[in-house]
Design a protein around this ligand. Sequence first.
Ligand code: G1P
Length: 298
Amino acid sequence: MRKKVTTAIFPVAGLGTRFLPATKSIPKEIMTLVDRPLIQYAIDEARAAGITEFIFVTSRGKGALEDYFDHSPQLEDTLRQKGKDELLGKLLDTNMDSGAIAYVRQHKALGLGHAVWCARRLLASDEPFAVMLPDDVIASDTPCLQQMVEAHAETGGNMVAAMEVPDDKVSSYGVLDIKDDMGSVVSVKGMVEKPPLDQAPSNLAVIGRYILTPETMSHLDQMKTGAGGEIQLTDAIAAEINRSENVYGYRFKGQRFDCGSKAGFLQATVAFGLARDDLREEFQNYLSDMMPVRSAAQ
Ligand code: G1P
């Protein structure tokens, strides 16, 4: 029997400078898509995939994240007394079991690989674990991590979410060198972080969902710096490919939004707004009224 994936690491230590001045006093992960903070989308996706242990790798100034996941007895009582059951339900849905979330600090911004490594002592030594980057928001019928957990039950090893990207975007991602293309699942013979287009092994890019083994984590002990002078998660996975050839890419079904960029965040806001029954009609009318205005302005 393969071990189940029950723990997820959420690297949330980044400064979010692309969203300044908003991120001057609030963590990027608290910024809201419609009415839920980015981090809530990642947590809901993790829960749907069977994750019960949540590790946040944070940094100075991320206190609002911890508060967000705390229970709010006063607010709950007020809503209860006023009979606002729907709102109360929404609030209670965000509550986490006591002890389900652990926080570790990344003391220096040394890269994604280093952030993940900071969580190493909180992991079981013989179980795979997930890593989720909350900037990557994925709209799909079956939540992306759940799709991966199901595929991983067949393959074992390490698995990264993957998606084809256009040539001009390749150098913004970790890129897979494909050994065997089986459709949704590809086996991988190499992985490069942010390669220039002419050195990219393919257009199949890594998106921020990973299922990794303890062996892959152990490669991070070496603290080797890679692309951009940072300790890269991609390099640890590439080292594991060399050791075990046990790494797969998974072409998930769904639409991914890069909420680490302003344009991506706005696109996600429109898409998630239109997906909401309570907003669709009014929002759609607004957007269709606005289109001719925009064309005229151009
Ligand atoms: C990180 C990873 C990269 C991956 C990307 C997905 O890069 O290092 O391999 O393709 O996330 O969003 P970042 O966007 O944090 O620079």
